[in-house]
Ligand binder design. Structure first.
Ligand code: UDP
Length: 434
């Protein structure tokens, strides 16, 4: 029922090595690297544990696969555990996710007591986490704070947009949340009433050294993608509109397709294509159904390429982001949206919705354009503007890269975690309380 990283993660995805922070010197400079190492000195051999609900798929897993090796390289004893549950458990927690982000969902007492609470309890029946600092990510394992076996300081790290969370579910989760020693949100607007513990803001980040995010030339990107482009008969010389995300109702793929279909009808001369890439996360049971709905809507349109679980995922996504002329991410709710960061890091401007964490990343007319996620007209206007102005694409792309370098690289995320950990362990005071 309960798997240690060293057993399951290694079996399926390979071993997470220690990473020496010095490898980031070229990207963030020696001073920042030394500063992080200094913060880690008093944390040497301390135990730092992460608990979430999937080793792959989605932004949390993406970040942990970098945070854990970097922490280990700093001499911290960092581990990543994943709770396990039945399909029914993930159906309940996906409904939590949806209702917290504003959708109407139904729950029975059995869902909450038998599935949610019992799964949290069962995962810890034979396991105890003794750790100086534990970060529990998102609602799936949230209740384990009281139903599990933990020792040490614990924070709940919420990655989703809770700004309009349904009262009933929020009130159900609150007693659990208030059992932690603190709560972390990605954006100050997500902080809801009723939290009695200190609240912190930490923004997510990408690892510039992961294969997905390494910087590449157009030629290198084309080489990496040659099989994929051939297989799907995609002409990379046509203007590319790209969208990447899980297939999920909040990601609003429906509006992207609608906007693109109208746009190409009105701008036939530009001859654009839309590439949509998505994968299925093991803790997200709705993905396949969403993908099938999307195929229906696309209805065989030859200029739209809906791809699912692509081969060589990371290298291919980074390369597609490099080739794309514009990246579109118009979620109706978004905790942060790592895909936006990844696209910006490849120098591609983003048309993003003016919601949640996307607002921290897309600066209007500087790194891209912000739109209302339902206003097809504005989306078409900016598609036209970017696709017909090469210089503008370059300008926006340049600022996008610099904005990510300054604010959203994994080293900054690790640094903020270390500051919080030092505070929690009584080593010193934090300065980023919100
Ligand atoms: N992703 C991927 N392959 C896909 C679709 C998404 O590797 O086919 C990755 C994407 O590059 C990003 C993460 O999944 O790193 C999604 O994170 P984000 O914060 O955008 O959304 P979440 O899924 O966490 O809501």
């Amino acid at each position: 029922m309960y798997n240690h990283l060293s057993e399951q993660y290694r079996k399926e995805y390979g071993t997470l090595q220690e990473v020496d922070l010095n490898v980031y010197k070229n990207i963030i400079g020696s001073r920042k690297v030394e500063e992080i190492k200094k913060l880690a000195e008093l944390l040497y051999e301390k135990k730092w544990t992460h608990v979430n609900s999937t080793f792959a798929g989605g932004g949390v897993a993406e970040m942990l696969k970098s945070v854990v090796p970097i922490a280990r390289g700093l001499g911290i004893d960092c581990t990543w555990y994943c709770i396990e549950g039945s399909e029914d458990f993930y159906s309940v927690t996906k409904r939590f996710h949806n209702i917290i982000q504003g959708l109407d969902q139904k729950f029975t007492l059995e869902d909450l007591l038998d599935l949610y609470i019992n799964t949290n309890r069962k995962n810890f029946e034979d396991n105890r986490i003794i750790s100086d600092f534990t970060v529990v990510h998102d609602p799936q394992p949230c209740a384990s704070v009281v139903h599990g076996h933990y020792e040490g300081k614990m924070v709940w790290r919420c990655h989703i947009d809770t700004s309009n969370a349904n009262e009933l579910i929020w009130n159900f989760l609150l007693p659990y949340i208030n059992n932690y020693d603190g709560v972390i949100f990605s954006h100050k607007d997500f902080v809801r009433g009723g939290i009695k513990k200190p609240v912190y803001q930490i923004t997510p980040a990408i690892d510039p050294l992961q294969p997905k995010n390494k910087l590449r030339t157009r030629k290198q990107a084309l080489n990496t993608l040659s099989d994929l482009l051939n297989k799907h008969n995609i002409d990379p010389e046509r203007p590319i509109v790209l969208a990447v995300s899980r297939y999920d109702v909040h990601k609003n793929q429906k509006t992207i397709i609608e906007a693109f279909k109208q746009f190409k009808k009105e701008n036939g001369k530009l001859n654009p294509i839309l590439i949509m890439v998505g994968n299925l996360a093991s803790d997200d049971p709705e993905g396949l159904e969403m993908y099938q709905k999307m195929l229906k809507q696309i209805d065989g349109d030859k200029d739209i390429y809906p791809l699912l679980n692509i081969e060589n995922n990371d290298e291919s996504i980074g390369s597609l982001m490099k080739l794309a002329d514009v990246f579109v991410h118009i979620s109706t709710k978004e905790g942060f949206g790592l895909v936006v960061t990844e696209a910006m890091w490849q120098g591609t401007p983003v048309i993003g919705s003016n919601v949640g964490g996307i607002r921290l990343q897309v600066i209007n007319d500087k790194t891209g354009y912000l739109v209302n996620p339902y206003r097809v007209g504005r989306i078409k206007t900016f598609l036209h503007y970017i696709l017909s102005n090469k210089d503008e694409k370059e300008r926006l792309g340049y600022h996008a890269v610099e904005h990510v370098r300054e604010n959203f690289l994994i080293t900054r995320l690790v640094r903020r975690y270390l500051i919080l950990m030092r505070f929690m362990l009584g080593i010193d005071f934090p300065y980023f309380r919100i």
